[in-house]
Design a protein around this ligand. Sequence first.
Ligand code: ATP
Length: 462
Amino acid sequence: MSELQEDCPASQYKGKATMEKITSLAKRRGFVFQSSEIYGGQNGAWDYGPLGIELKNRIANAWWKEMTQLHDEIVGLDAAILMHPRTWEASGHVENFTDPLVDCKKCKSRFRADMIPEENLAAKKCPDCGGELTDTRKFNLMFKTHIGPAEDTASVIYLRPETAQGIYVNYRNIIQSNRMKIPFGIAQIGKAFRNEIVTKNFIFRTCEFEQMEMQYFVKPGTDEEWFSEWRRRRWAYYEKLGVKMDHLRWHQHGPNELAHYAKDAYDIEYLFPMGWRELEGVHNRTDYDLGRHTQFSGKDLQYIDQDNNNERYIPYIIETSAGLTRNLLMILCDAYDEEQVADKGNDDDWRTVLRFHPNLAPVTTAVLPLMKKDGLAELAQDIRAELKEDYATDYDQAGAIGRRYRRQDEAGTPFCVTVDYQSKEDGTVTLRFRDSMEQVRVPKAELAERIRSEIKAYKRIK
Ligand code: ATP
């Protein structure tokens, strides 16, 4: 059992993250809004507000840096969402990308059959109202649409349900254009679409989402070694991001869970407020994908090993597949903290703080004049203008300084710079740290450098 359960009321969790609190904070502070809210909302789709898009971009950049900049043999790609429909026949999605679906005849609720208790399925009894369930039927998750003006079968096209296939169909182009030698990888971040039967838990499972996938092409026989290596690297990545490591675990797919193409598969699971759930998958996809694309396209996708007597083979693929939007939810949950900072018996005793790694925080530094008057606001604006070149900044002059700190804590801003009367006299400012709430005085000329060294040395304290 997980430490926090889905059906427990939020009030029992003072000081802890619940999905309710995360959703409400995300809306209040402009991280994530319901899609088309003024029309009652669109299920399975969410919009990323000013802080949300900054956070999403930073998570994507951190992944991209890790996977491309830090690996000489991995290159990037941005393939189209719309692909030739044969792609999805070759990949097996037309035939196999289905979820088992059951409906309740009484309350009309719809369930994924593999997500309700087995006894309910066996007794055909609705887990919500006890009504009778329909037989299980297969439901294909791909969104189908038409290209061109005629809506006939010849014009059917799919919104991609994963980014991976865009990489496989470009494998030959990339080998030729970039003279890649095996082992090598191709990384891609982009949108994917799945007609999910059940979308709940905020942005955890949505119909439109983003993935960060890397496909690593290896010689058959070396695949198991590379599979272990990529598991090790992906685990180390989350450690580097400062994620709570006791909230991560591995889950190996059993024989019934393995996808049709996989030889071995492990998920990295995170302890979300609703329990342990998949965050990312590391898969050994064998030569299935390139083999099938060879067969369906009629093109020879063998690798020719020029360093080894022109040996030819279809590479095996090790895939690391993470949800970008699901990573964002994980980062929000992981950063969320409520801390008691006083004992006066009112709301001000507690602060909500998002303990983002400074490299991920949407705003790095907020500049706050103690007063609007006496030239402090102008001085603060000048300081902000100087910091802007290097950091994402915010400026806030409204309300008591304590309140303003709280607002920045809740947005996850790691550093606040306060400009006061002493600043006018000796050119120093107060630098306040989000996590410890400690404050130090720093000459304003040294501010940018000081923040840089603080980010480099950052260690999460809670
Ligand atoms: P599940 O079994 O939970 O439906 P999956 O095993 O099919 O998911 P993959 O196809 O392995 O998921 O997708 C790789 C990653 O993409 C997942 O680990 C997850 O982070 C993300 N992902 C998949 N489906 C969704 C979705 N509907 N909404 C948000 N992220 C998703």
